[in-house]
Design a protein around this ligand. Sequence first.
Ligand code: PDD
Length: 294
Amino acid sequence: MPSCYLNGEVLPLEEARIPVLDRGFIFGDGVYEVIPVFGGRLFRLAEHLKRLAASLKAVRIARPLGDEEWADILKTLVDRNGGGNQSVYLQVTRGVARRDLVLAEPVSPTVFAMSNPLTPPREPEPVGAVTCDDIRWRYCHIKAIGLLPNVLLRLQAADAGAYEAILIRDGRVTEGAASNVFAVHAGVVTTPPKGPELLPGITRDLIVELLQAARLPCHETRISAEALASADEIWLTSSVRELCPVTALDGRPVGRGVPGPLWRCALDLYQAYKQRTYQAEVEGCVSDLRPAAS
Ligand code: PDD
């Protein structure tokens, strides 16, 4: 049985219990992170913890733990669950209190983390997407646990036989229901700029960084719904799906209906980065184990 972490304790997931008055359960009053683990190592942990701190600040929940404590807890959890590839889910809610929008008195946040096995295919599978009206609230930069609109949007996509819903607000692409969006036109890659309309995806940022470092044209700029419909390539990014090509949009092929050349290039850069990071961490651990020269 997988192990989880709840308020200071590591225990079997099936034994974890929270009170029904937890504000996460009653109001969806909390934030979360999903952190991928490759080869037993938490990938881009510092960036995920930074975003967690920003989400907590935005919803006015005091940071329950410092970065080193988070790292220790998450590493223990990954080890307890056997290392390898995992997807770690971390949630912080405002805590347990009588049901009232405003807290009568301060409470301690509820901290919960669990992990699921992650089996990234050797190569991300192409998917279909549909465009949908972005029905979410106006603070989409916060990774909040209240995901009912996202659930409805994913159901809408599934009804149309597609995987992802690509969201349109005021005629422009914001992001996917659980991913960021990239488009390619005539060899130029674009992704919408960060702001309250979308989550600052950790994978999104890495792809932008890697493409720009490789001197490939990649701009953070608005993408109209019309521009998306005429894109040569569309990609989705997320920590668990990595870099995924969209080969059909609203039932029509994207470009030639197969993953495009720039997607291949971005994926190669991403895989090479993952490999380098893993190697550097392994070498770091080995040198930590070596006795210090006397
Ligand atoms: N979601 N936008 C939304 C709305 C998301 O929910 C996600 C990821 C992303 C991609 O962010 P990142 O690259 O940091 O994973 C963008 C996670 C995986 C989830 O909710 O399960």
